[in-house]
Write a protein that binds this ligand. Structure first.
Ligand SMILES: Cc1ncc(COP(=O)(O)O)c(C=O)c1O
Length: 364
């Protein structure tokens, strides 16, 4: 069976280094925030771009939640998000009392820049884009809109570490970028982890205070904060993975390029690449009219697939109170019914890649 993803493969690639890093944390006697967290924050920020800063937090959702909180998003503020994707993006807004306002995706599965302005009201405070599946959103028009309407711009980069648009890494376009280091992510740890990245040093300093009960120095609390700390074990393991990022991204690129050139089946719509974007292939998502039929065909041939995501966030019971229903955002709904994620992970053998291509081409 070829799995849709198998995390242990990523561990095995650098097993000795991970083991060494883990043991060194265990032996250090220091487990939450500390030297590894500090070093990881510096290493990640400088790998992403010049003049940016990072605050490590406990997960991607809390990166969004704290980031929006620190930027003043509060009760009744509207934040524009996309109608497809993962619910964490929206929960980061709602947990601050904000209201997610949905905008349909474009053919690249990202927020459609041409549909944003019609969603702006006098309560709109920010646009929060998600660079879904590892590909950057078309940012130019969005930057103009935010400037014109005086809106903050945030990026959910949980799926887009080191993915760039016109030479700029995602996370660095607006006020702040929010990252998840959940194990499945391209830069994933071995538990939960997240990070906020910004060029605004003061904002990152505030998040470092907020993540630790609002404490600016030991046993001194300047504001009521949260407990959203990154631990030393995850930071140490992230440092190992970060040091191998180029190789890992090249592995994924190789798989994606083989799929893109090898799959030639009119029933399978391949992902399209945004002009100027360099995707990092967090997922390789195709569209097939008969989603289940295609998945069954793949599984019958011992290939697992996945669906990211079967239900659009606005149709989740958790967000029912927003008052949307079936038909509210048909583009997102249609996408959810047709997307299929092919196997994509940190390592696949050539035989596996070729088998996925062959079986996908045999689908009728
Ligand atoms: C687009 C998106 N945003 C946010 C998150 C939340 O990240 P975490 O699971 O680390 O809270 C995820 C992943 O789970 C995600 O895919």
């Amino acid at each position: 069976m070829i799995p849709a993803n198998e995390l242990v493969r990523g561990y095995r690639l650098f097993e000795e280094e991970y083991n060494k890093a883990a043991v060194s944390v265990l032996q250090s006697g220091w487990y939450v925030l500390g030297k590894n967290v500090e070093s990881f924050e510096q290493e990640y920020a400088s790998a992403l771009g010049a003049d940016c800063y990072c605050a490590g937090v406990d997960n991607g959702l809390n990166a969004i939640r704290l980031g929006l909180y620190a930027c003043g998003i509060t009760e009744g503020d509207e934040v524009i998000v996309q109608s497809n994707g993962y619910i964490a993006t929206m929960l980061g807004v709602t947990q601050n009392g904000g209201i997610p306002v949905f905008v349909e995706p474009d053919k690249y599965h990202n927020m459609d820049p041409d549909r944003i302005e019609e969603a702006i009201t006098d309560k709109t405070k920010a646009v929060l884009v998600t660079h879904l599946y590892g590909q950057a959103t078309r940012m130019e028009k969005i930057l103009d809109i935010c400037k014109k309407h005086d809106l903050m711009l945030f990026e959910d980069c949980a799926q887009s570490h080191f993915s760039s648009y016109k030479g700029v890494n995602t996370g660095l376009f607006g006020t702040a970028g929010f990252f998840s280091f959940y194990p499945t992510k391209n830069l994933g740890c071995f538990g939960d982890g997240g990070g906020v990245v910004s060029k605004d040093k003061k904002l990152i300093e505030r998040i470092k205070v907020l993540r630790n009960y609002g404490s600016d120095y030991k046993y001194h609390n300047i504001e009521p904060g949260f407990n959203s700390r990154l631990d030393e074990m995850q930071a140490a393991l992230l440092r190992v993975k970060l040091s191998h990022m180029e190789e890992l991204l090249a592995n994924r690129r190789k798989i994606a390029e083989a799929y893109l050139s090898g799959i030639k089946n009119p029933k399978i719509r391949l992902p399209e690449i945004v002009d100027g974007a360099v995707p990092v292939w967090y997922l390789f998502v195709v569209n097939v009219e008969d989603q289940q039929g295609f998945r069954d065909h793949m599984l019958k041939n011992e290939i697992q697939t996945d669906v990211h995501f079967p239900t659009p966030p606005f149709l989740q019971p958790a967000l029912e109170y927003l008052g949307h229903g079936e038909g509210s955002f048909p583009v997102a709904e249609k996408d959810c019914k047709t997307v299929v994620s092919l196997p994509m992970m940190d390592y696949m053998s050539d035989e596996e890649i070729q088998k996925v291509i062959r079986v996908a081409n045999e689908y009728e």
